[in-house]
Ligand binder design. Structure first.
Ligand code: FEO
Ligand code: CA
Ligand code: CA
Ligand code: CA
Length: 602
């Protein structure tokens, strides 16, 4: 059992049934209102959204992006120690695009028209939206607010930490390897104790190609394409410096002549100050390079190191932990704390113990393992650039696609979604990834031994996904068996609210989503203490539900609906949410409130 008692209140709502309707369904007594859909004008000069998707790339650069994902609400007064629940900055990621939805008419043939490619790049990134709750309870965008901002695949950024200025970052755009440009595939997120937002680069590798005969390890281990990139951005015609860079082949005589090192500028976590729209986002290389799903901090403790966790969402990849070198002090804390420290990778032993293995070139165990494996690292920058390889060398535990993590606000236990891994074979199963062909996923949790920065922990499986009847044997003797009111599959988004309720969001896809017994993707609320689990929300057709946060008073909840209708039939989408009546589907935030004004979920 786990030292500190978990204290969370019960779940006072009536669970809803799974379904396949094209609406956002919430419990009796709750309201769900779409907000800030893709294409909403955000910064000055943005054109109105055109329902036939004929807005230009320039419009898109000033409108809310597509494929809403991780999200945080910053109370407007948070820097002064306040906790407004009536006004704040809603900051959200835009993970990717469905070109068939993004463009009025889309032809997949290369070469791609330059304006289409630019529109796709502008639809990626982050939106900062200044929002306010009117006296009648409705939320609205503060139009013309100096906080409103779009960050895209073209926004100038700075590289920081050990990798800044490394030879492998030299490109035609960044001759000294310190300047960088844009962020893409922004999946989940994080927020720091000093009031900044972190956006995480997940499936960036697919946006690059390299047709050289041999790929360097910093391309190969991440899956940079050989022939063409996912969207053929490198074929944009006429080509621009910022589109040609997605061809990372060696076309020039040196790295400063071409874009062979451009993929090395991606796979990082980017820090953004949402309260200063003129600020330059900073990529924090000390947090490692992989398909970052998100990052979650343990509650910061005065005078102790800062601790954060991040998953690498790919089959058989790892879970990481960062421990800052310097202690956290509220009065002086800043992004500098993220530039120095130790990056660890998790080893889950079958007996319920675990170890954090340091990816540190000065550590003797790391040196010995690298030498045993015959893998050379020249510097800590080289280790971080090749984070996955360094984790391989240390013998970390290969997981079933680590997605979001969440840290319990009082017990500080860490929960992580392992969304699925249908490629795990029987001989590859182990105690923490116990299922072969794991289609339904599960949630693991651990407690650090003694202190949050410890190098060892104890873990158990919190919850197994599956159909009604699926049982999670629980170490605390509260075996949980799923029912029709809470069966779920493919856990992805995870978030603890202030009451200690764990919100679980699902991302099924393919036949499991269209034909399985679960209905559409949705959101569940769990009380880790009692083992209570209830379905709270069901999304529209073919969306995933991802991104959740509340105002500090817990009375307004923001949830993101991503890619409704993305099962594309020619000329017809599988959803028309939120407008309905056959309209083009749009990713959007949903605002959830209680009709009696109470705390959501209570
Ligand atoms: Fe973009 Fe792993 O979800
Ligand atoms: Ca997604
Ligand atoms: Ca996700
Ligand atoms: Ca997912």
């Amino acid at each position: 059992s786990k030292g500190t008692a978990r204290s969370s209140a019960g779940l006072g709502f009536q669970a809803i049934a799974g379904n396949r309707t094209d609406v956002v369904d919430v419990p009796v007594g709750y309201r769900a209102q779409p907000f800030l859909p893709w294409g909403t004008p955000l910064v000055p000069g943005a054109g109105e959204f055109k329902t036939d998707a004929s807005n230009s790339a320039l419009d898109q650069a000033r409108q809310v992006g597509s494929h809403h994902d991780g999200m945080h609400f910053f109370p407007i007064d948070v820097k002064e120690g306040g906790a407004s629940s009536k006004e704040g900055l809603l900051v959200m990621n835009h993970e990717y695009v469905d070109p068939q939805i993004l463009h009025a008419s889309f032809s997949p043939n290369a070469p791609r028209p330059q304006q289409e490619v630019l529109k796709e790049m502008m639809a990626h990134g982050v939106s900062v939206a200044h929002i306010i709750r009117k006296p009648d309870g409705e939320w609205q965008l503060v139009e013309g607010s100096p906080y409103n901002r779009r960050i895209t695949a073209s926004t100038p950024m700075q590289m920081s930490g050990p990798v800044a200025g490394h030879d492998k970052l030299v490109t035609r755009f960044s001759p000294d390897g310190t300047k960088t440009r844009g962020t893409i595939n922004n999946c989940s997120h994080g927020h720091t104790p000093w009031g900044t937002y972190l956006t995480c680069e997940e499936n960036w590798a697919g946006c690059f190609m390299n047709d050289d005969d041999t790929h360097p390890r910093e391309h190969e281990r991440y899956g940079v394409n050989r022939e063409n990139s996912r969207y053929y951005w490198e074929t944009a015609t006429p080509g621009l410096d910022e589109t040609l860079r997605f061809n990372a082949s060696s076309t020039g005589s040196t790295a400063a002549d071409d874009y062979r090192n451009e993929p090395n500028h991606f796979g990082w976590i980017v820090e953004i100050d949402p309260f200063n729209a003129k600020s330059t986002p900073v990529k924090r290389s000390m947090l490692g390079r992989f398909a970052h799903e998100g990052i979650v901090f343990a509650p910061a403790v005065e005078g102790e190191p800062l601790v954060a966790y991040s998953g690498d969402d790919s089959r058989f990849e790892y879970i990481y932990k960062f421990v800052s070198a310097k202690p956290y002090y509220k009065a002086t804390a800043s992004g500098e704390l993220l530039n120095e420290g130790t990056l660890y990778v998790a080893q889950f032993n079958d007996d319920g113990t675990g170890r954090w293995l340091p990816l540190d070139i000065e550590n003797s165990e790391f040196q010995a393992k690298a030498s045993e494996a015959g893998v050379g690292f020249h510097s800590q920058a080289d280790v971080l650039l090749n984070t996955r390889l360094a984790a391989d060398v240390m013998g970390a535990t290969k997981m079933d696609r680590p997605e979001w993590g969440a840290v319990h606000p009082t017990t500080k236990e860490v929960y992580f979604s392992l969304t699925n891994n249908t490629r795990r074979t029987e001989v590859q199963t182990n105690a923490v990834n116990p299922r072969a062909e794991n289609a339904y996923g599960h949630i693991v949790r651990w407690s650090e031994d003694n202190q949050q920065s410890a190098e060892s922990f104890h873990w158990d499986i919190f919850l197994m996904g599956g159909e009604a009847g699926t049982r999670t044997p629980n170490a605390e003797g509260k075996d949980l068996t799923l029912t029709s009111n809470n069966q779920f599959a493919c856990p992805d988004g995870l978030w603890f609210d202030h009451r200690g309720t764990l919100w679980i969001q699902t991302d099924m896809s393919g036949e499991l989503l269209s034909e399985g017994s679960f209905g559409n993707n949705g959101m569940y609320a769990a009380n880790p203490e009692s083992g209570e689990l209830k379905r709270f929300l069901v999304g529209p057709v073919d969306c995933e539900i991802t991104g959740v946060v509340t105002t500090p008073d817990g009375k307004t909840m923001f949830v993101n609906v991503q890619h409704p209708g993305d099962r594309l039939a020619p000329g017809k989408f599988s959803s028309s949410w939120p407008a309905g009546n056959g309209a083009r589907p749009r990713s959007a935030t949903v605002i959830i409130t209680r009709e009696d004004g109470g705390v959501v979920g209570a």
